[in-house]
Design a protein. Structure first.
Length: 445
């Protein structure tokens, strides 16, 4: 029996010894295996301060803008006799997107029937036949066709496919002014013009109101929403909509802690239902804000709660709507898309300049939180310098990359602070597509 235990012990010792003397993998092999699972990252997100207060701490001046001019733009469509968009412009998407190079939600090519059916349902024979004032009841998507179905470009290409639905024209927050042109044949959709964009919205999400009420609404004292995503209720605590930066509501009364504002719903017979909603004073501000470090901090932090959303899809914001909503509580009106925004203010053309020359111009001319930085298809906000580099605030989908001649994207998908060469540390970074290289202009408000 003793021999049996001795043999077992020797076998156990030998098996352990074999494991201990196994040949280790070469360091180079280990490195390859480790690198396979180590994801690249955007260096700017680790090395550049991502707190807005870092950039506002040196702002000493406080500016104020014109609420009267802002309101004139905000309520513009309520002071029109008819929709100002031409029929040709209203039909732009039907001329732009065709069968053969557009894809649907199943990532398959659209058929001719998709375009034919949408054009037929658009009912353009009735264009500008109604011309009544209206209001959004909830946050709505503004569509180029009367459908929720998408028009995508080749999903195999970088920066195309989901979520880049080319029918997503924009989004409009709740209780914002509209003028109604006409309804689709099926009645499900309404063609509207807002103060900054036009297109199709779901009929059930708007309500037509009498002109006398539009006058009362726009001549009332206004409060500006300063906190994102707060639920707004009726007097009976029925949910109406979520607050959004950029929203303005007419003031009815106030007490120590709350504002009572006018909001809108509708009855089952589609008639408007006027409601008085209470809003905590922490969520709103009477009149426009002073453009100072404290208020810039507050609004930019609220804006940053949303992710990147092409055309405002999924209730998010893209690059231009981020800047548009950021400036609204200060009484600064911006158009909707980046190319139009880039033409507002004092413009400096940078086309044809070297990257070094562009850096010098930005350092000399740009003013923190007042200068917009533009390249085709994208716009950002200059916020100052860090380590002698220009820093911008931008809501961005991703960084363009190129490896072995194949274009790709490193996805970010949210608002960030970065240099003008964000992603420069990536192995496949494409220098010729950086913001700095492609920069066309800066404009100062």
């Amino acid at each position: 029996m003793k021999f049996f235990y001795l043999i077992c012990a020797l076998c156990l010792f030998n098996s352990c010894a074999v494991k201990e003397t196994q040949t280790e993998e070469p360091v180079s092999v280990k490195k390859v295996k480790i690198e396979k699972y180590v994801r690249e990252y955007i260096a700017d997100l680790k090395t550049i301060p991502q707190d807005v207060s870092y950039y506002t701490k040196n702002l000493t001046k406080s500016s104020s803008f014109s609420q009267e001019l802002f309101e004139k733009q905000y309520f513009r469509v309520w002071n029109l006799d008819r929709v100002s968009v031409t029929l040709e412009d209203a039909k732009w998407a039907h001329k732009t997107y065709k069968v053969g190079n557009t894809y649907g939600e199943n990532l398959q090519l659209h058929t001719q029937s998709f375009f034919k059916n949408n054009l037929n349902n658009a009912n353009y024979k009735q264009y500008v036949s109604i011309n009544k004032k209206a209001l959004t009841l909830v946050n709505v998507n503004l569509r180029a066709f009367p459908t929720n179905k998408p028009v995508l470009r080749d999903p195999k290409k970088a920066g195309e496919g989901f979520p880049f639905d080319y029918l997503q024209n924009s989004s409009i927050a709740a209780n914002k002014p509209l003028i109604l042109s006409h309804y689709s044949k099926d009645g499900k959709w309404a063609f509207v013009e807002s103060s900054f964009a036009f297109g199709w919205v779901k009929s059930r999400n708007i309500v037509v109101i009498d002109e006398k009420y539009t006058k009362l609404w726009q001549h009332a004292e206004q409060i500006f929403i300063i906190e994102e995503g707060i639920s707004i209720y009726s007097q009976t605590q029925e949910f109406l909509f979520k607050s959004r930066i950029g929203m303005m509501l007419p003031l009815v009364s106030e007490d120590k802690d709350t504002y009572t504002v006018l909001t809108l719903s509708k009855y089952k017979n589609k008639k408007p239902l006027y409601i008085q909603s209470k809003i905590d004073k922490k969520v709103a501000h009477k009149g426009i804000l002073d453009f100072n470090s404290k208020n810039i901090d507050m609004i930019l932090k609220e804006i940053s709660k949303t992710n990147y959303g092409w055309g405002g899809i999924f209730g998010q914001r893209d690059c231009s709507s981020t800047l548009r909503d950021f400036y609204a509580p200060f009484g600064i009106w911006l158009p909707r898309n980046s190319s139009k925004q880039s033409k507002i203010g004092r413009l400096v053309n940078l086309e044809g300049m070297s990257v070094d020359a562009k850096r010098l111009v930005i350092k000399k001319e740009a003013i923190a939180f007042r200068t917009l930085v533009y390249k085709q298809g994208h716009i950002a906000l200059y916020v100052g310098q860090y380590n002698n580099e220009a820093i911008i605030f931008q809501n961005v989908w991703g960084v363009k990359t190129k490896k072995d001649g194949i274009e790709g994207r490193f996805i970010i998908g949210r608002p960030i602070f970065s240099t003008l060469e964000v992603g420069k540390n990536l192995k496949a970074f494409d220098t010729n597509t950086s913001i700095l290289f492609k920069l066309k202009s800066i404009s100062t408000l």
